[in-house]
Design a protein around this ligand. Structure first.
Ligand code: ADP
Ligand code: ASP
Ligand code: MG
Length: 411
């Protein structure tokens, strides 16, 4: 008998039929004699709709109320799955974040998990009841509802698996594993049977939505055995050929580049005519950091006239309005000429631990893009990845070209 956490994403619980399908997958594990906790996302599209309601009322709104609103999606799906399980004769009950409780800090909209009280669900699971846990949500010390950031149900699931010391954490989604790149964009993408924690961490943080970045960090830290599986194929658990997250030495595939990710979530800001003197970058980036706005890629152009320069950087699209506000406010002190914003950009990244020991990976990328007439606006690199910012219209062309260039296309 094992203790298992299963997580089902939005598409997997998107209709009542699909919720019944999820109930069958849970049932299979229960029938196999396992103790099961299930984490669910909101039904597909619901969270987006709830976010939209908040912004339609007020573009910049109270993040505590935002959390109250957007957490509602998971309340519905967890209750519905409990009903479906009961209808199939399986004892089950729903657990909301505050009921466990899953305790978080008070960073509303992207709260961090502090701990999960599992005593109550462990007792109920031991008595044969399935715990259906609402993903994405928690509760702050002051009792207010929090959410964990978009895609946060993955993190709820891995955190719960860690707290329950579960034997497995199965992430069921609408693709049957982690691919070399988004299989919805590149038809020739290949499924990886194993991926290292490090690589999936880069893929996730560079935009691959298949797992939330924090869920991977948590799986790494607590050694949670995670696999990514499809909720739409008829089998469950370890029998399924999904993708297993493994340590580096267990990774079988020796690839130069193991994955390609893209993110449409960033926007480019350029400050034109900034004084070219020490302290200017700090003067710009400091106020943004104070406003909790993350700056990602940065490039400072050479100064043409020796006194002024252009500084280009990217921020999350969701932060663009606030970033502009912040930069307008410091304009007098910084003395730049113009602020130019561009949201029609995409960040494309190639990732691979093989890069550590091989030169020329970047050159291959630049050439492949150049051959297709794709202009690179900003570049950033780390030990195991190279990212470029390009015009959004070239997303698919770039992904396909790079996938072929690095020999990732399936036969
Ligand atoms: P869920 O609702 O189950 O959490 P998500 O939409 O958050 O599902 O994540 C799954 C999606 O991630 C897939 O439908 C796919 O389009 C996208 N994706 C992006 N990159 C990859 C990748 N490298 N491998 C698999 N899926 C990916
Ligand atoms: N429902 C939330 C979202 O759409 C959380 C999740 O799906 O993981 O972001
Ligand atoms: Mg997701």
């Amino acid at each position: 008998m094992a203790r298992i956490v299963q997580k089902f994403g939005g598409t997997s619980v998107g209709t009542l039929d699909r919720i019944r399908n999820v109930a069958r997958k849970v049932e299979a594990e229960v029938k196999a004699g396992h103790q099961v906790a299930v984490v669910v996302s909101a039904m597909a599209g619901v969270t987006n709709q709830l976010v939209q309601y908040c912004t339609d009322l007020n573009r910049i709104h109270d993040p505590r109320e935002y959390d109250t609103v957007v957490a509602a999606g998971e309340q519905v799906s967890s209750g519905l799955l409990a009903i479906a399980l009961q209808a199939a004769g399986i004892p089950a009950r729903s657990w909301l974040g505050w009921q466990l409780p899953l305790r978080t800090d008070d960073t509303h909209g992207k709260a961090r998990i502090l701990g999960i009280d599992t005593q109550a669900i462990i007792e109920r699971m031991a008595a044969g009841e399935v715990a259906v846990v609402a993903g994405f949500q928690g509760v702050a010390a002051n009792g207010r509802i929090t959410t964990l950031g978009r895609g946060g149900s993955d993190t709820s699931a891995v955190a719960l698996a860690a707290a329950l010391n579960a034997d497995r954490c199965d992430i069921y989604t609408d693709v049957d594993g982690v691919y070399t790149t988004d299989p919805r964009i590149v038809a020739k993408a290949r499924k990886l049977t194993r991926i290292t924690y490090e690589e999936i961490l880069e893929l996730a943080s560079l935009g691959a939505k298949v797992l939330q970045t924090r869920s991977v960090e948590m799986a790494m830290r607590h050694r949670v055995p995670v696999q990514v599986l499809s909720s739409f194929v008829e089998a469950t658990g370890s029998a399924l050929p999904g993708t297993l997250l493994v340590d580096e030495d267990k990774n079988v595939e020796e690839l130069l580049v193991s994955g390609i990710a893209y993110s449409r979530d960033e926007a480019k800001l350029t400050l034109v005519g900034v004084a070219d003197r020490p302290g200017v970058a700090a003067g710009i980036l400091g106020p943004l950091a104070d406003a909790a706005i993350n700056v990602d890629m940065i490039v400072q152009n050479v100064s043409a006239d020796g006194s002024t320069t252009d500084l280009t950087f990217t921020v999350g699209k969701a932060d663009l309005d606030r970033a502009r506000q912040v930069l307008e406010a410091v304009r007098a002190t910084l003395g730049y000429q113009r602020l130019v914003a561009d949201s029609n950009v995409v960040k494309v990244s190639v990732i691979g631990v093989g890069m550590r020991s091989h030169a020329g990976v970047a050159q291959m990328m630049f050439k492949a893009l150049a051959d297709r007439g794709i202009n690179i606006q900003v570049i950033s690199t780390s030990e195991i990845k190279i990212s470029v910012l390009i015009s959004e219209e070239y997303t698919e062309l770039a992904l396909r070209a790079l996938h072929t260039t690095y020999g990732l296309d399936q036969a």
